[in-house]
Design a protein around this ligand. Sequence first.
Ligand code: IVH
Length: 693
Amino acid sequence: MRPRQPERKPHINPAKIHSERQARDAIHRLRETLRYHNWRYYVLDSPVIADDEYDQLLETLRTLEERFPHLQTPDSPTQEVGSEPREELGTVKHPLPMLSLRAVYQEDEVHRFDSVCRNELQRDTVEYVAEPKYDGAAVELIYEAGRLAVASTRGDGETGEDITPNVRTLKEVPAVLLGHQEPPPSRLVARGEVYMRKDEFNQLNRQRGAAGEEQFANPRNAAAGSLRQLDPRVTAQRPLHIFLYAVAECAGKEFTTQAEMLDTLRKWGLKVNSERIQLCSGAGEAIRYHKALAEIRDDLPYEIDGVVYKVNVLADQQRLGYRQRDPRWALAYKFPPRQKTTRVRDIVVQVGRTGKLTPIAVLEPVHIGGVEVTRASLHNQSEVERKDIRIGDTVLVERAGDVIPYVVKSIQEDRNGTEQIFGMPEECPVCASRVLMSDDKKTTRCPNLRCPAQVRERIIHFASRGGLNIEGLGEKRVEQLFQARLVRQISSLYSLTKEQLLTLERYADRSAENLLRQIAGSKNTTLARFLYALGIPLVGEHIARVLAQQFATLDQLLESSEEELREIAEIGPEVARSVTTFFTDKRNREEIENMRTAGLTLDNPLYREQKQHLPLQGRTFVFTGALERWTRDEARRIVEELGGRASSSVSGETSYVVAGPGAGSKRAQAEQRGIPILDEDAFARLLEEHKSR
Ligand code: IVH
């Protein structure tokens, strides 16, 4: 049953609460809200609030409950974690409740935590086990007589969902504990986190996208969703991993420290993240650990959202005990959150260099992980509709590492009816041409190759680092040249003069000369770079290299047909069509001619390298007489594709003369020099032999 909808984010300032009546009211509202968020988060896998916002609400409730202890109830969200398990999966009562952790975001709170520990334990220094705080799904594994008996989710902390058959499919979870280093206990209750690696998550999402299935918002949702499948065969298909980090019960074995406990789990064949777990002496080392991990966070294969400290000596943990439902011997020091909620002020449309129209959400600025986010791509009309994002909506925005900020979802509960539905325009916002939208609404294009937005983007791309790398010609400078109408197309870069540049703001003698020198220098480049720089739709750096490996020169590529291109292993039909469409366009041909006239020269080292490994490498063919199966040109191209060369005259370098009917002097010369002469059949056999190598 769906609870009545509570406030999403009540604004309560504990400093302003004095009377019991005020406290009672505030506590009630906070609990309602937190229960609602628990349900969204744990039962639906669909939170409507960022983690740190949730943590703040919980912290406020705790503060109030501490000040008014008689208002404390056993059913308060401070006393439980998560929410009811789903009914479809069976339930499991945890032998001991699964606790949560107090979360802090500031360094001085770590010092405070450490000083509380030191005071209560009456020690000068306390040792902590520090480890990553994994952003996955918490699980409990119960081993009876060394065999996996029960696996469950956290659920509400008291009772979880029975996911035993699903967890059995995880390769990293042993069905039977190992005993060769340490005999397994008669009963073990261990806890840990199941997660999906970032690369595997991306791949899974790509597959789901291609299959038309809904994609997961993040690796945590993907892991949680995969674990809660009713059909374990589905779980088995998902790339899931686990790290164990705690023991709730272990019959017949006494541990002295947390570190020893983890070490023993590892001996029993359970996965422990030994690579990252570290013993820290005191707050200083603990904070350094946090800093070091924050730096490599984006390079780790899995998502983490902070670090966890646990007092190492287990007897000390017991002495410190619990504060409500959090252990006082542990602390989560989280990284600055990378998700925030904000409002969509507007949705604007951007025209890219290939004419693709992209809807962009203009956001009320928010700081996410130290960066101000004001815009986020909404990708396409289909995405806007799938996520139902409207102008005026509150949205959850995420910025993960170096990934472009993206809108996770709209928070429809926050709507007040004034939000506006967005639709892609029918005309290009820049040149007013009628746009073309694909049936699946995933692409919208402006068909006008001369659309100023496209031209400007093409020039920026042409000069960019991956393109011809023209230093000093970044986005702003291109915009300036464009506004001044000095540049209308790529090739006009090559006719820029110093006098023209000097008419522009911020150009002086030296800077104008520098830019012209850079532009002139870009004329000597490679075929691969040039092909990429042209900005042919669907031709990225990789495809540009594939083309350069296949074609010795730009002319050979210009002459090739769509069919020929399709025969190249890595070129699919769409790329082949896009390339031929681009090169058959008269304006593009003119552009290339203009650049050549200006002195463009293209080297192709990739082709040379490639040829060294080809079967006819180093052989020269001379064709003479009539060929029936091929024209001379075709024969030449075949030989070249296999790394050989075709020449029109017989010389000391000639390896074969291919002679058809009517061959005359060249055949005679070959005979004289003792060069092998092949008829068309023999030539065909030779090709077959070499092709199959
Ligand atoms: S220890 C009493 N260690 O964080 C200690 N938890 O906020 C209980 N988590 O339910 C947990 N990484 O899902 C611990 N290295 C780690 C963790 C970790 C992630 C999660 C876990 C737990 C939640 C508590």
